[in-house]
Design a protein around this ligand. Structure first.
Ligand code: GCB
Length: 612
């Protein structure tokens, strides 16, 4: 696997060249030896960053990270974590205190802990995500920084951690930035804080840090005559971290009678390939195998499904057979809550609702969701589109912005590349066409293909017009992707629902198209005639008309309407209707299903029966 090797080189390259981006991500943290640091953390709200800058706006060497205390009655210390209020971790701060609902700035978090030291073990602190920029310190020493609010990162603390009275301080800043990813403008709540779990991970001196185990990608299997090549070859690589780089590794899949041995090289890296008789993973049969990787010093088990995903003309093929993606878009909004989702229960509820609608596919918008989502999708049988927040008007010509986007992409793929559910990596959403944007996005595609040659690449794009009622999908970025996503709001931002049926769609690409967004707003419980905006009847009518239109698009390979549930957005102030919620959910913020939910459910039931 040449591509995998290249990716490893790329990852190492970033690690040495970029101070602020931590690339030594440990994967599959659920199956490691860990200690949770979740729970109450002491916090200091610091809108002026007094704990970081001096009054001359230099970085303060005596910042809050030192966790100082006044030790005598004459001492002047103007903060005290231990007398400060607390916030729950994981959790956004906005939904935990009314005064923080609209807060955008810095909050300092502190957690104290003891740790029993064990010989020959290394320790890491792992953050599931922190939005947006964070700096972590242990016992007064800086561990590192991280930018990007939706991907995990970890820092090694082996040398710094003590048996007693450790204090971990994290400065989290969710100020929006014009050069950020996303940039200043989004249609979702800018939830700040340690939004996902935090834990200590304990590993042996030399440990299995990362691995990639999937069916060999289509292009490498080759097209066997009359078919799509063998679906029996497993291929991948393993990366050790530590001094004992050269080791013998075993990959075991007991339920498939597999036990294969390989040797890692002087960099702790091994590629492998072997044949196996496997029950293929699919939404109808989400078979997962326990895969155990053993080295002399470490052992880690994962639950992995095996399936292929490829395209042929305008069709998407799962395990060599055409599949229509009956999808729904989902934001990481916790069910029946004004907070960001983070737990296994949240993911089970959200994906459970999608199942109830007869979906086999979800678009996880507009950023990588917490790891429970793809894990739950793996278990319950749901195909996944996963994307990075390259949204709307990113600074296309800014090298730092590109580096940041590449890094978020790398972290997303690193974490989820062994999830059978994930079939599509999406590079961007509704970005305005320009040469600079095409160049930026094509570099993301190159990185994604290098890191993961097994999945399809997509992006949610916009349509153009070739004449009256003649939309055409011809975004030049379409050249680079395998599957075209198209967002359209006919009947909501563009005319009234009846307009849909006049449209004849065209594409300039012989590639599958997913209608990655369509929809309209409705306040649950607001009823009137179907021409009254914001009613459930209007939304239902819009969906009916959309479906009529979609059924006539020959190259359509899937749909993921906007959106499963209402979600919070500062761009949606209309009193009595929105109250800072985007109301395009098919399910309300209270968990009630709107009429259009059932419209989609009926459509998908029909498609499923027809096995389109
Ligand atoms: C879009 C965006 C999505 C918005 C949605 C809307 O096109 O991709 O992020 O939330 O429209 O509701 O307007």
């Amino acid at each position: 696997m040449k591509a995998a090797k290249l990716s490893r080189v790329l990852v190492l390259f970033i690690a040495v060249n970029s101070y602020s981006f931590e690339q030594n991500l440990i994967i599959n943290v659920d199956n490691r030896s860990t200690v949770s640091l979740n729970g109450k953390w002491q916090v200091i709200i610091d809108p002026y960053e007094t704990g970081y800058y001096t009054y001359r706006y230099d970085i303060n060497k005596n910042g809050y990270f030192r966790n100082e205390k006044a030790r005598s009655k004459t001492d002047l210390v103007e903060y005290d974590f231990d007398k400060s209020e607390t916030l729950n971790v994981p959790g956004d701060w906005n939904s935990q205190q009314e005064k923080l609902l609209f807060y955008e700035g810095t909050i300092w978090y502190k957690k104290s802990f003891d740790r029993i030291k064990k010989p020959n073990k290394r320790a890491f602190v792992y953050f599931g995500a922190a939005n947006y920029h964070s700096i972590a310190y242990l016992n007064g020493k800086k561990l590192g920084e991280h930018e990007g609010g939706f991907t995990p990162f970890n820092f090694e603390i082996t040398q710094l951690v003590q048996e007693k009275d450790n204090f971990l301080v994290v400065k989290v800043d969710n100020k929006r930035r014009s050069d950020g990813v996303p940039t200043l403008n989004t249609d979702w709540w800018n939830y700040g804080g340690l939004t996902r779990r935090v834990m200590l991970i304990e590993v042996p001196d030399t440990f299995i840090k990362d691995y990639f185990i999937q069916l060999k990608p289509a292009q490498e299997r080759g097209l066997a005559e009359g078919g799509k090549g063998s679906l029996k070859t497993v291929a991948g690589w393993i990366q050790l971290d530590g001094k004992q780089a050269e080791q013998t590794i075993t990959v075991e899949i007991p339920d498939a009678n597999i036990g294969q041995t390989f040797n890692t090289d002087a960099n702790g890296y091994a590629e492998f390939e072997f044949d196996a008789e496997l029950k293929l993973w699919s939404p109808d049969n989400p078979t997962l195998y326990d895969v155990t990787i053993k080295s002399r010093t470490d052992s880690v088990t994962d639950s992995i499904g095996f399936r292929s995903i490829e395209t042929e003309g305008s069709k998407i093929l799962l395990n060599g057979k055409p599949i229509f993606l009956r999808g729904i878009s989902i934001h990481e909004q916790a069910p029946r809550s004004n907070s960001r989702a983070w737990s296994k229960e949240h993911s089970e509820k959200l994906l459970g609702w999608a199942k109830e609608m007869d979906c086999n596919f979800v678009r996880l918008a507009h950023y990588p969701h917490n790891e429970y989502m793809p894990r739950t999708a793996d278990r319950t049988g749901m195909l996944v589109w996963s994307e990075i927040p390259v949204y709307w008007t990113i600074q296309w010509e800014n090298e730092g912005t590109l580096e940041n986007a590449l890094n978020q992409l790398t972290e997303m793929i690193t974490r989820d590349k062994n999830r059978a559910s994930v079939i599509l990596w999406s590079m961007a959403n509704e970005t305005p066409v320009s040469d600079a944007r095409n160049k930026f996005l094509s570099q993301l595609v190159e990185r994604a293909r290098n890191l993961d040659p097994t999945r399809l690449i997509t992006a949610a794009m916009e349509k153009n017009y070739e004449g009256n009622n003649k939309p055409v999908i011809n975004d030049p970025f379409g050249e680079y992707v395998d599957v075209l996503g198209c967002n359209e709001y006919i009947g909501w931002y563009e005319g009234l629902p009846d307009r849909c049926v006049l449209y004849t769609w065209k594409t300039t690409y012989d590639k599958p198209v997913i209608m990655s967004e369509f929809g309209g707003g409705a306040l649950c419980g607001f009823h009137s005639d179907k021409h009254t905006r914001w009613t459930e009847e209007y939304q239902e009518y819009l969906y009916e008309r959309q479906i009529e239109m979609l059924e006539k698009i020959p190259f359509l390979a899937g749909t993921s309407p906007w959106i499963l549930t209402d979600f919070m957005s500062p761009r949606r102030p209309l009193p009595g209707i929105q109250d800072y919620w985007n109301r395009k959910g098919l399910i309300s913020d209270k968990g009630e299903k709107k009429k259009a939910f059932y419209t989609m459910q009926r459509y998908y039931a029909k498609l499923k029966e027809g096995k389109k």
